[in-house]
Design a binder for this molecule. Structure first.
Ligand SMILES: Cc1ncc(COP(=O)(O)O)c(C=O)c1O
Length: 402
């Protein structure tokens, strides 16, 4: 699976029309004048973010795929706008709050989570100018969404979520997919727009990854051909993840890729070989608060800053020092991270600051009140970026989000 991508010819049309993006100062970073920021704090390298966006778009253009980044990684409309300006066709959201906030910067959203109860009512009330599609896998959630769409007087596109091997959500077979697509087609408030799957079960490398991609792709093709032969061709086939990012074109039939983690990457993505350490754009800055030389060093970043996600690769711990000696943070309390110093001659002093790379960036970002943007090639100031997509309460949009 190492074929070279087809070159893009200058006269090729773009994969889809790009949305118009308007600036909104409520979401922009503000200059921080408070002196050295308190730790723990989530930091972002914007030069690396811009390079990551450019690399993803280059890959998508080479393979004529659309990129619909999942915003659960960053929760920031300001970063979402950069993704749209880079060429993303729209955004993926998982919660009504994300939909409400992102509807202010995007004209095309996919909710990749079946909405039930009040969630359906909230999501259909985002700005009517936004093209809204929702992924779901049951007649029950379709009916709930249909009722909400009807009372809001809007049309909602349905992406039938299929289980292509992950075993999370998704219809199990072609006939269930056809039943849902037909239910959408026969509703005055819904349209059947295509299929969505998430290859979250593929977190391996090399031949094992390629084998799983082939199997997933075969399953996907099975769903697509049953729909097609029932006169319900899928216009959109939405897939993708960051672990399979550079292999997205091997999922046959896919039209758009929802990879989100790739804006920052993390320890898992470096371990999987999806990103190099130089492409990781997010870390948690922490202070050393206690040291027993040769035994342990304790930092002020615990599970409430780093998150307690198990490392899926070789090695251990919940995070790793970004700079040498790159020791793992082996155990976590809520506000303490413990680094084992046995066998290491690293001898930090209390008060030293360290940069820590969490296993899973999305969960760590969600634990931050804001992200700090360090000086970069475009801006020499230290800035604080608000994260209004965090949380679950209705976003009214009236005040600058904190
Ligand atoms: C439904 C769905 N789509 C897309 C993504 C994005 O994948 P990644 O985090 O690997 O970029 C996720 C991640 O959890 C997801 O659940």
């Amino acid at each position: 699976m190492t074929e070279l991508p087809e070159p893009v010819r200058p006269d090729d049309p773009p994969p889809t029309a790009r949305p118009k993006v308007s600036p909104d100062d409520r979401f922009s970073p503000t200059v921080v004048r408070e002196g050295p920021p308190e730790t723990p704090a989530g930091w972002v390298d914007m030069d690396r973010v811009r390079a990551n966006l450019a690399r993803v778009m280059e890959y998508m253009s080479a393979h004529r795929l659309d990129w619909r980044p999942h915003v659960k990684t960053h929760k920031s409309p300001w970063l979402a706008r950069l993704q749209l300006e880079a060429g993303a066709c729209g955004l993926t959201v998982a919660t009504p709050r994300e939909a409400e906030v992102m509807a202010t910067v995007a004209s095309d959203l996919v909710l990749a989570h079946p909405p039930v109860g009040r969630k359906a009512e909230r999501v259909v009330r985002i700005a009517p100018s936004v093209r809204l599609r929702v992924a779901l896998d049951s007649v029950e959630s379709l009916r709930i969404l249909e009722a909400a769409a009807h009372s809001a007087g809007r049309e909602v596109g349905i992406l039938v979520e299929v289980d292509a091997g992950m075993g999370r959500v998704g219809v199990p077979d072609g006939s269930a997919a056809v039943a849902l697509a037909r239910a959408a087609e026969s509703s005055p408030s819904l349209t059947f727009d295509g299929v969505l799957f998430y290859p979250g079960h593929i977190r391996t490398t090399g031949e094992e990854r390629d084998r799983r991609i082939r199997r997933t792709s075969d399953r996907l093709l099975g769903f697509l051909s049953v729909l097609e032969s029932d006169g319900l061709p899928a216009e959109i086939v939405s897939g993708g993840s960051t672990p399979t990012l550079w292999e997205s074109h091997h999922f046959e039939g896919v039209t758009e890729v929802r990879a989100g983690t790739c804006i920052f990457h993390d320890r898992d993505m470096v371990q999987l070989g999806v990103a190099s350490p130089e492409e990781v754009a997010y870390w948690v800055e922490a202070s050393v608060v206690s040291v027993v030389p040769g035994v342990r060093a304790v930092v002020d970043a615990g599970s409430k800053a780093l998150s307690k996600e198990a490392f899926r690769g070789e090695g251990q711990g919940f995070a790793v020092l970004m700079d040498p000696p790159q020791l793992a943070v082996g155990s976590l309390s809520e506000e303490h991270g413990v680094i084992d110093l046995e066998g290491s001659d690293w001898s930090p002093a209390v008060g030293d600051r360290v940069r820590i790379l969490p296993n899973h960036v999305c969960v760590s970002v969600n634990l931050q009140d804001r992200l700090l943007l360090g000086p970069d090639s475009a801006d020499s100031s230290l800035r604080a970026l608000p994260l209004p997509g965090r949380g679950r309460l209705l976003w009214s949009g009236e005040r600058r989000p904190s």
